[in-house]
Design a protein around this ligand. Structure first.
Ligand SMILES: *Cc1c(COP(=O)(O)O)cnc(C)c1O
Length: 361
């Protein structure tokens, strides 16, 4: 069996020990005589899975007690509507920082439900930096302030959070959740599609401060009301059972094999450091992001020649480095190096880039 290094932005690699454990438990989960895929979500055994996924997430992320953890579906994209339907209800306005396509989608969707105000944007330079924010320009009495913490397509990350005072900070953390510690208490709400760093596609995690639940607009569909899911422990309807199980295995791996998010951060910094260091010293390849705003997870780079970029992508694939083509809006390449990408995968990629540079530089 040959496994490739998958640099996809998502769905992405899963930790190998997690896949092996899932394989071993596939036909008979802990003596139940059934696969987790086959189980009733109302069974005691599945209740054990969802509650241990939640308690592991609370422990690994150090989530305060006054926050609810919700296991939902619909992707981060559904949260672009669910957040305003539930939160944009007091003064009917919210602030947005446009740092890429996902942030812009969140803004456009919210604008259907109230007054969506753009505080700053980095569109002028293809979202290659995080704009400076001046709290003087923030709306007074906004219902929330939205950011995309890590911009998957452009490879930027907020390294300091906006000072929003009493206005709840809401963040899309799809591509950086679990990559390093995060102070949950600084946020009103965090949401993430699981398929980057948590689990296979199908699960969406929401972490919401309790006082923000229960104020949804009258028209809000039952399934889009956070209250529905908070009141029913994420079991109002059938949850994405298998993804929740895989999430539990990933969290168990993070806690017991890696040693928690401080350790995960060190590994992620090491991996990103290897690639950024190479890019900063290469005469052929260069990173596209302002160094101070660089992401640990998504690293776009270019050669400056579309032809060479295409050649690189093709040869990389032949050598087992797959899905490294950049997003069409940036071009070039993008290496997404989420938690499950081993250090060795990045080292080998850099060796391959050096050899490519020697031949083509
Ligand atoms: C992948 C991604 C999304 C889209 O997630 P879906 O689960 O496909 O809806 C949204 N925001 C960010 C930051 C992402 O990386």
């Amino acid at each position: 069996m040959k496994r490739v290094y998958n640099f996809s932005a998502g769905p992405s690699m899963m930790p190998e020990p997690v896949l092996k454990r899932a394989a071993a438990e596939m036909l008979d989960y802990q003596g139940s005589g059934q696969s987790v895929m086959e189980m009733s979500h109302r069974s005691k055994i599945f209740e054990g899975i969802i509650s241990s996924a939640e308690s592991l997430l609370r422990e690994v992320m150090n989530i305060p007690d006054n926050y609810k953890v919700l296991f939902l579906q619909g992707g981060a994209s559904s949260q672009f509507a669910m957040v305003p339907l539930n939160l944009m209800t007091k003064n009917k306005k919210a602030d947005f920082v446009l740092t890429g396509q996902w942030a812009t989608k969140a803004y456009k969707e919210a604008a259907r439900y109230g007054t969506a105000n753009v505080v700053a944007s980095s569109k002028d330079k293809t979202f290659s930096y995080i704009p400076d924010l001046d709290p003087q320009t923030f709306s007074k009495y906004a219902d929330y302030f939205h950011i995309c913490l890590n911009n998957t397509i452009y490879g930027t990350k907020f390294h300091t959070l906006p000072e929003t005072g009493d206005v709840p900070l809401v963040a899309d953390v799809s591509s950086c959740i679990l990559s390093e510690p995060i102070d949950v208490s600084k946020f009103g709400l965090l949401y993430a599609g699981a398929q980057k760093n948590m689990a296979p596609a199908g699960l969406t995690v929401v972490i919401i401060r309790e006082d923000l639940i229960g104020h949804a607009m009258e028209v809000t569909p039952t399934m889009f009301n956070y209250q529905t899911h908070a009141d029913n422990n994420s079991m109002f309807n059938t949850p994405p059972c298998y993804s929740i199980y895989m999430c539990m295995l990933v969290l168990d791996w993070l806690k017991n094999t890696i040693g928690g998010l401080e350790e995960m951060k060190k590994i992620n910094e090491k991996k990103a450091g290897i690639l950024y260091n190479f890019l900063d010293n290469s005469k052929l390849f260069k990173g596209t992001v302002v160094p101070k705003d660089r992401s640990l997870m998504n690293i776009p780079f270019v050669t400056g020649s579309e032809e060479l970029d295409a050649k690189f992508v093709k040869e990389a694939e032949e050598h087992g480095f797959v899905n490294i083509k950049g997003h069409r809006s940036v071009g070039g390449m993008r290496a997404s190096i989420y938690n499950a990408m081993p250090v060795e995968g990045v080292e080998k990629l850099v060796d391959f880039m050096a050899a490519f540079e020697k031949k083509n530089g």
